[in-house]
Design a protein around this ligand. Structure first.
Ligand code: FAD
Ligand code: NAP
Length: 339
């Protein structure tokens, strides 16, 4: 068993995708499951709050993070079975995009639409990551967790994870209770691609029967053309969730705004494109101090340099207020503010 790697006053500048100057009171890097009891003992002794940290790409951190930050760095792949489908366990600290790329190299399909999402495998179930019509829940069999209430490590079935649109038990049902240590995927050995989303279809228009690898490459191209890489420009992806409204509210909005971008949900409700709402308020590409909305996608708030949580909060409030005034819809932030 390895002891705990504990660092006081550690910089998290490279562990938050906004690139904010952030200092953690205490940073622990967790590389093995056997370190979990030591982490629990440390928390009990210090009385610290715990922040689980993957790549920091869905977080808005304050300049000082009190308590203990645990950086999840458990790695490893374990192939459980392989016939028509395959069951694959991946450590929570593995990089998400590298995992997607490697599954395709192995001939295991299903994650291609989720290419180029920053962050770790362990954070993926937290908000049930989704892109281009595929959600993590569609490919997850079980999630391995350390349960801080039951004091034990076990597997939760996909049903027990209560996955929903950009949500799960880990994000809103019981936040802070579970430390995700691995994810078990069920992937297909037969190529079956999902290319309903218009930008993906357009990108693949010249290809009659695209392979998962071609879908992966198309997703990467579309994303690179439209979204800022956090390595070049700090951001946390889509800053607001797409609001879901009643069919009646959607019809009223359409009567006023003929170009409204919306999608009918299986529930009968309608999902509005939050980026379009922000754009329509004239807020695409605006700058407010060190932060702003990205000129190519208004839904992405960016740090042009020297920004911090307060600057992002102020801009987010301005956006919420203007969208509320014009459309009567309250936008809800997607990233987590901490503390
Ligand atoms: P972090 O930001 O470190 O953590 C996110 C949350 O999960 C926090 O609450 C944290 O405490 C918790 N957490 C982290 N690890 C664990 C663990 N092991 N156990 C328990 N809790 C944990 N999201 C999408 O859904 N779809 C997209 O297409 C998408 N595109 C993006 C594009 C860009 C450019 C960026 C910057 C972000 C994008 N995101 C997207 C958001 C983000 O990448 C995902 O939510 C990702 O899963 C976050 O991973 P992370 O490791 O960075 O998590
Ligand atoms: P886009 O393709 O311009 O589409 C705008 C919005 O319309 C998206 O939010 C998407 O909803 C919705 N949409 C488009 N086609 C749809 C369809 N056929 N059925 C249902 N909904 C549809 O969006 P984008 O900003 O370039 O992002 C592309 C994909 O990557 C989206 O799925 C998006 O969620 C994902 N993404 C997520 C983040 C994040 O941080 N969460 C960041 C970047 C990209 P959905 O968002 O529900 O898919």
């Amino acid at each position: 068993m390895t002891g705990l790697n504990i660092e006081a006053g550690a910089s998290l500048k490279h562990l938050n995708s906004f690139g904010f100057e952030v200092t953690a009171e205490t940073l622990i890097t967790l590389t093995e499951r056997s370190q979990l009891p030591l982490l629990m003992a440390h928390l009990a002794q210090s009385g610290d709050e715990l922040l689980l940290l993957g790549g920091g790409s869905n977080l808005v951190l304050a300049p000082f993070v009190p308590g203990t930050v645990c950086h999840m760095a458990i790695t490893g792949w374990n192939l459980i079975e392989q016939d028509e489908s395959c069951l694959l366990q991946v450590g929570a600290g593995e990089n998400w995009h590298d995992t997607v790329a490697r599954t395709l190299d192995e001939g295991w399909y299903g994650l291609e639409n989720l290419a180029l999402i920053p962050g770790t495998v362990g954070a993926a179930p937290v908000q049930n990551i989704g892109a281009y019509g595929v959600e993590l829940k569609d490919r997850v069999n079980r999630v391995e967790v350390y349960d801080r209430e039951m004091h034990r490590l076990y597997w939760r079935s996909a049903d027990e994870c209560e996955f929903a649109y950009r949500d799960s038990i880990f994000k809103s049902g019981a936040p802070g209770r579970f430390i995700i240590t691995a994810v078990e995927f069920r992937l297909s050995r037969k190529a079956r691609v999902a290319i309903d989303y218009a930008p993906l279809q357009a990108e693949l228009s010249g290809i009659a029967d695209p392979s998962p690898q071609q879908v992966f490459e198309a997703v990467c191209r579309v994303r690179r053309s439209k979204l800022p890489s956090p390595k070049q420009l700090g951001n946390a992806g889509s800053f607001f969730k797409n609001p879901i409204v009643t069919a009646e509210q959607c019809a009223q909005l359409r009567a006023r705004e003929s170009e409204l971008v919306y999608f009918a949900e299986p529930s009968g409700r309608c999902k509005l494109a939050a980026g379009w709402l922000i754009d329509r308020c004239g807020l695409k590409g605006v700058r407010q101090g060190a932060v702003g909305t990205y000129p190519k996608q208004a839904l992405v708030l960016v740090n042009w340099g020297g920004g911090d949580r307060e600057a992002v909060e102020l801009l987010a409030e301005r956006i919420q207020q203007q969208v509320q005034e014009r459309f009567g819809v309250m936008l809800e932030p997607e990233p987590r503010f901490y503390p």
